[in-house]
Ligand binder design. Structure first.
Ligand SMILES: [Zn+2]
Length: 389
């Protein structure tokens, strides 16, 4: 059984221990005692070193703690060192979570059902159908008052059979590790915690979302909160610089810009359609009819573009002038569009369906307009001839 040194002293960074057993060629190490926290209760494992080797994972095996290292460890006495910035960050987040959960319970009788400490942000799921912005702000401010009061956090081992007055009842029996924030909270918890609420630093609630009947609250504490606020400010500053207006004008300004883009897109679409119609008419006027009195136009679409709305509009404008056939051919992707005037005697849909099927593709349409797609290997020159006859 591994003695968990972090249970009693969360500030222990350097320790000595004996290697009790190794596995996986010395890469999985069991010690008689450890200050390394294994992933459990929503809190991730500690990193650090065992002698020269980096600890890359720490696993809770109930009775024992397994240390996964990146270099083989030999039996004997060993020096362990915890990577402190990561551990202290976890302590700030985890103590901050106890505080926030307690405050939500005290202010609004909203219980916390789960906790996750992620690499970027932490989340708690709370049992509530919704949370008002005002409630979140009130909870944040109450947390900050308690942080400013520098209330002690005490860790004690108590008998589960007694009346412990815990925020959330524990299912465990025997001895419980109770983490208490003076006058605010008592919770059964195996995690690592700061000494007073002052060390939690800022508690910043970020987004909320509904999740399976609960609400999920994302939050950050301590140095993370500072870095997040700084990063948010930089983002806002950059947007503000690009739009040449103060940050508080951004929501209205961005909404106005989006509206403007929509209006311009509509106008652009209309102009493109008008242009395509004019081009279709001009092409027809400039073209001499074949011996049978039909004008036949063929357009090849470049490698980079497909047959689009503009091409379709041009084709329809061309054939609208009468006695006309318009064929667009695209190589990549291999496709064709055929438009015919009613007086051309050609049914576009039937013509495309037959010719494209013969070339191994699929297509069809109505009397006036049809499209088909073809395999990349199709003989487009032969297809073009068969469509235009
Ligand atoms: Zn906890």
């Amino acid at each position: 059984m591994t003695e968990r040194l972090y249970y009693r002293d969360c500030y222990l960074r350097d320790f000595r221990a004996h290697v009790v057993e190794t596995a996986d060629n010395g890469r999985r190490v069991y010690l008689d005692r450890t200050a390394f926290y294994p992933t459990s209760g929503g809190q991730p494992f500690d990193t650090g070193t065992l002698d020269g080797a980096n600890v890359i994972d720490v696993i809770d095996e109930e009775e024992r703690v397994a240390h996964i290292v990146d270099a083989a460890i030999s039996p004997g006495e060993i020096a362990g060192q915890i990577h402190w910035p990561r551990r202290f960050d976890h302590m700030q987040q985890h103590s901050g979570q106890h505080l926030l959960s307690a405050v939500l319970e005290i202010l609004f009788q909203i219980p916390t059902v789960s906790f996750h400490l992620g690499p970027e942000a932490c989340t708690i799921d709370v049992s509530a159908p919704s949370l008002a912005v005002g409630q979140l702000e009130q909870a944040e401010e109450r947390c900050m008052e308690i942080v400013a009061e520098a209330r002690p956090l005490a860790i004690a081992f108590e008998d589960a059979a007694g009346d412990l007055g815990l925020r959330k009842e524990s299912q465990r029996t025997g001895t419980l590790r109770v983490v208490a924030i003076d006058g605010v909270d008592r919770s059964a918890c195996g995690g690592t915690h700061v000494r007073t609420t002052a060390e939690i630093g800022p508690v910043l609630i970020r987004k909320t979302e509904k999740t399976r009947g609960n609400m999920r609250l994302e939050f950050v504490c301590g140095l993370r909160a500072l870095r997040q606020a700084r990063s948010d400010f930089r983002t806002l500053q950059e947007i503000s610089r690009q739009l040449s207006a103060p940050a508080n004008a951004m929501p209205a300004l961005v909404a106005a810009q989006l509206e403007r883009v929509k209006t311009l897109e509509k106008a652009n679409h209309r102009l493109a359609a008008e242009g395509a119609q004019r081009e279709g008419r001009e092409l027809w006027a400039a073209m001499a009819p074949d011996a049978d009195g039909i004008r036949r136009a063929v357009e090849h679409v470049g490698e980079q573009s497909a047959i689009d709305d503009t091409m379709r509009t041009r084709a329809q404008a061309f054939v609208a002038q009468g006695k006309a056939v318009f064929l667009a051919v695209s190589r990549n992707p291999a496709a064709v569009l055929l438009a015919t005037s009613a007086d051309s005697g050609i049914h576009a849909g039937d013509r495309v369906k037959t010719a494209v099927a013969a070339a191994g593709g699929r297509g069809g349409g109505n009397q006036a307009l049809a499209q088909g797609s073809l395999p990349a290997t199709a003989d487009l020159a032969a297809l073009t001839s068969s469509l235009l006859i």
